[in-house]
Ligand binder design. Structure first.
Ligand code: G
Ligand code: G
Ligand code: MN
Ligand code: NA
Length: 254
């Protein structure tokens, strides 16, 4: 297949780029993290969004080298910002199931940290509920190792999977990311606002931090702030941006 062959060469041809979206502290308005989001700068087709090539990458297994490239590049970028004197931020990196289940996964992560010189507390790995629940015992073992290394773990798209709440107390995670479908209508829908309130309370009672995704309006921000949501992410603050552009926001206060 044409796209598959060109995706195979995308890493070697330096066609992959990462855009970084700020995570804002709900109280101070400061950027406390960024999420790494990969894009493919195709020589003929232009900028291709991950929705259009991540599924193909998953099918073909190319997600493993792509994911490793993203992890290494994002960690190196974060260290470079710190070395340049920017206020430190946590780098959030999305993991695919295949990557998570790679042999010696935690060994690979520690090699990346050692090679880039990034301290583990400045890395947070995002996994979805479906990845985490595929093999619960494996997940617990891996998350324990990552936790012991000092790396943060976020459950991404929280509330959209088969949220079995019983796993929350068994998985040593640090953060819940409320899916943007709940944030979208929170200022208009009492049901969505109630779900958000419940997720924030749940997270806080479990000593987890909570991030709201897809914050687009001042009304949504206010509602989340009133409910003591720790962090927010969304177009209201910033779209995902190239490294050079996002770093200038680290000193900014929303
Ligand atoms: O901006 P957005 O279109 O960037 O991202 C769309 C989807 O692609 C999201 O679900 C996001 O989690 C996923 N995605 C973006 N970057 C990566 C990556 O590096 N690895 C994996 N596995 N998924 C990613
Ligand atoms: O699935 P995950 O949460 O990793 O993916 C993040 C996705 O959400 C990316 O595609 C990113 O571009 C997108 N995104 C980030 N902020 C907003 C927002 O405020 N509104 C919408 N609609 N999408 C957003
Ligand atoms: Mn994510
Ligand atoms: Na998400």
């Amino acid at each position: 297949m044409l796209l598959e062959n060109s995706l195979r060469q995308a890493i070697d041809n330096n066609e992959l780029v990462i855009h970084y979206q700020p995570l804002i502290d709900g109280t101070t308005g400061r950027t406390v993290g960024v999420e790494a989001l990969v894009r493919w700068l195709h020589p003929e087709r232009g900028l291709i969004q991950p929705m259009e090539f991540i599924p193909l990458a998953e099918e073909t297994g190319l997600i493993v080298p792509i994911g490793e490239w993203v992890l290494r590049t994002a960690c190196a970028q974060n260290k470079a910002w710190q070395d340049a004197g920017y206020p430190p931020v946590v780098m959030a990196v999305n993991l695919s199931g295949r990557q998570f289940r790679q042999p010696d996964f935690t060994g690979r992560i520690s090699k990346v940290l050692a090679a880039t010189g990034l301290a583990p507390e400045y890395l947070e790995l995002e996994i979805t509920e479906s990845i985490a629940l595929e093999d619960v015992e494996y997940t617990i073992a891996i998350l324990k190792e990552l936790g012991a290394m000092g790396i943060g773990i976020a459950i991404d798209d929280f509330g959209t999977g088969y949220s079995s709440l019983s796993y929350l107390k068994r998985f040593p995670i640090t953060t819940l990311k409320i899916d943007r479908i709940f944030v979208q209508d929170a200022a208009k829908s009492q049901q969505d606002a109630a779900i958000i309130s419940a997720i924030i309370l749940l997270a806080h009672n479990l000593n987890l931090k909570v991030v709201a995704e897809g914050v687009e309006t001042p009304e949504q921000r206010l509602l989340l702030r009133e409910r003591h949501c720790n962090m927010m992410q969304g177009f209201l603050f910033s779209r995902p941006l190239p490294a050079e552009q996002v770093a200038s926001l680290f000193d900014f206060c929303w």
